[in-house]
Design a protein around this ligand. Structure first.
Ligand SMILES: [Zn+2]
Length: 68
């Protein structure tokens, strides 16, 4: 399992989403909420939706969960 976080800052991507990142991401933000450990990024994105409406996966660390 990997640990995931959601970025508190939505100004860092063109669609103003709160992006979910996996541990080891090269562009990991500093201002973020820990989501916990998950087997897949879909579960982490679902958890992030408890905090923010506009959520997307980081294209760098979880491209399989990046939609826009
Ligand atoms: Zn990332």
């Amino acid at each position: 399992m990997d640990e995931y976080w959601v970025n508190n800052n939505a100004d860092t991507n063109p669609h103003n989403d709160h992006e979910v990142h996996k541990e080891g991401c090269p562009v990991m933000p500093n201002d973020k909420i820990p989501l916990g450990f998950y087997n897949d990024c879909e579960s982490a994105v679902q958890k992030a939706r408890e905090y923010y409406l506009r959520v997307d996966g980081c294209i760098r660390c979880i491209p399989e969960c990046h939609t826009s």
